[in-house]
Design a protein around this ligand. Structure first.
Ligand code: NAD
Ligand code: UGA
Length: 463
């Protein structure tokens, strides 16, 4: 790590994950005058950030890291020293759903967050600004402040909420040109001063009009609400897709017609096999728990239904596969194209593919998984699968060879342009395609000879 004095500001991020790494890399690349350090307790992760084999796959990330690493971007496991050196500390540790005790299965597990707060108090010798980047329940900043400011060293911490809205696969683009940056601060002189410093940091590359400020609790709640609204759109269109399949309506046509209403807008209306990722489910559960804790049972049930619809969509997809394939998939080879929760990432956290693969394994199918970036994670996710009934293939062509069916679970661009005639020729007959992302040319597949089952559209069959 370099000498304190050579930089205009000293920024630290605790947590070198999907948010901490890319966010700090972009800040460092855009602001060469600032020292930006990222620390983590996971030494393997830090080692990977120091190499060219980064710990996460994100288009454009390596280029941004290389631009700043060693110049003003540093990765380290020396958390205490980095805290002491820093002026502004972003906290971007994981906040998964609690799996034990009170609130298990709903409330966020704040143990990593609280440990970080205590480490900051211990390691600090001067006052600092602490910025919440992790997604947290409303009023977490209050708990953070109480831990931080209960110190007996006479130092003061100002806590800001600056939730992150990046999406995986487009993280660099989202960070470089965000729709908005949200900064929540207390309306006190020290709160306003801290907020102004953070505004100034982002102003290095984000237009001032897109940097919005609010009180701390609004910022915390806005993050949960934003993810809940996004997920709600997907559950809404997926609910309509189920109705389309019963009525011969076409969900793409319905989605287009809805989306052209400028009050609704066209994005996030792609029917799918269900939403996944590390946050939608976790953050809605967090919101549900918060509502229940506030005695708002109706509101809690409203948001819970977004998750229930998502579960229904995954179950429905497998039911369609089984019923189309003559009510049994036992011993049938089924190739899953895609395992990541969305394209352009190797992340499989809460991927719908996990639930679908497990349901097919329960039906005693032989499941073959292919994915350009997520095979290593898929192996870990399905480590408990029965021996001999799960295979992994780099090549989708090999995965499909001898299969009775293939199912598209991730919308990787590569899958749009495969040679489906040769895939068809290599498969058992009758051959089935279940397009869980509606990315293929269904008429062309039908003409080749496939029985095609899209989401929310009439099936095209030869049976
Ligand atoms: P992640 O699991 O990829 O990374 C978190 C990192 O924090 C891990 O490397 C872990 O080792 C480290 N960590 C945990 N406790 C620590 C401690 N005490 N000291 C130092 N390091 C510690 O998580 P993520 O996906 O980056 O998410 C982080 C937060 O950001 C979560 O609250 C999440 O909800 C939120 N978020 C995530 C995304 C996303 O796309 N993944 C987007 C917006 C917001
Ligand atoms: C989401 C939000 O988009 C980010 O703004 C937020 O910061 C982030 O969660 C977070 O808090 O972690 P992410 O989960 O990375 O980002 O990816 P999305 O693009 O939102 O996709 C989530 C899931 O919804 C994926 O499984 C995707 O395939 C699915 N999806 C998305 C659909 O099924 N249909 C759509 O129309 C859009």
């Amino acid at each position: 790590m370099s000498n304190k004095s050579q930089f205009e500001r000293r920024l630290l991020c605790i947590g070198a994950g999907h948010v901490g790494g890319p966010t700090m890399a972009v800040i460092a690349a855009r602001c060469p005058r600032y020292q930006v350090t990222v620390v983590d307790v996971n030494a393997d992760r830090i080692g990977a950030w120091q190499s060219d084999a980064l710990p996460i796959y994100e288009p454009g990330l390596l280029e941004v890291v290389k631009q700043a690493r060693g110049r003003n971007l540093f990765f380290s496991t020396d958390v205490a020293q980095a805290i002491d050196n820093a002026e502004i500390i972003f906290v971007s540790v994981n906040t998964p759903t609690k799996t034990f005790g009170e609130g298990a299965g709903k409330a966020p597990d704040l143990q990593y967050w609280e440990k970080t707060a205590r480490t900051i108090v211990e390691a600090s010798r001067g006052s600092k600004v602490v910025v919440e980047k992790s997604t947290l329940p409303v009023r977490t900043a209050h708990a953070m402040e109480r831990i931080l400011n209960s110190n007996r060293k006479g130092i003061r911490f100002e806590v800001l909420s600056n939730p992150e809205f990046l999406a995986e696969g487009t993280a660099i683009r989202d960070l470089e040109s965000p729709d908005r940056v949200l900064i929540g601060a207390h309306e006190t002189p020290s709160g306003i001063a801290a907020r102004d410093v953070l505004v100034e940091i982002y102003s290095n590359w984000v237009p001032r009009a897109q940097i919005i400020t609010s009180n701390v609790w609004s910022a915390e709640l806005s993050k949960l609400a934003c993810n809940a609204f996004l997920a709600q759109r997907i559950s809404s269109i997926n609910a309509i897709s189920a109705l389309c399949e019963k009525t011969a309506a076409d969900v793409s046509e319905v989605s287009r017609a809805i989306g052209l209403d400028s009050r609704i807008g066209s994005r996030f209306l792609n029917a799918s096999v269900g939403f996944g990722g590390s946050c939608f489910r976790k953050d809605i559960l967090n919101l549900v728990y918060l509502c229940e804790s506030c005695g708002l049972q109706e509101v809690a049930r409203y948001w819970q239904s977004v998750i229930s619809m998502n579960e229904f969509q995954k179950t429905r997809f497998v039911q369609t596969i089984v019923s189309a394939m003559f009510d049994t998939v036992t011993e049938k080879r089924i190739a899953l194209f895609g395992f990541a929760f969305k394209k352009d990432t190797g992340d499989t956290r809460d991927s719908p593919a996990i639930a679908i693969a497990n349901k097919l394994l329960d039906e005693r199918a032989l499941v073959v998984i292919s994915d350009p970036k997520a095979l290593a994670n898929a192996r870990l996710d399905l480590a408990g699968a029965p021996a001999g009934r799960l295979l992994f293939e780099e090549s989708p062509y090999q995965a499909a060879r001898g299969a009775h069916a293939l199912a598209i679970l991730t919308e990787w661009d590569d899958y749009r342009t495969l040679d489906y005639r040769s895939i068809f020729d290599s498969m058992e007959k009758p051959a089935f395609v279940f397009d869980g992302r509606n990315i293929l040319d269904h008429k062309a597949l039908h003409a080749i000879g496939f029985n095609v089952f899209p989401i929310g559209k009439p099936a095209l069959t030869h049976l």
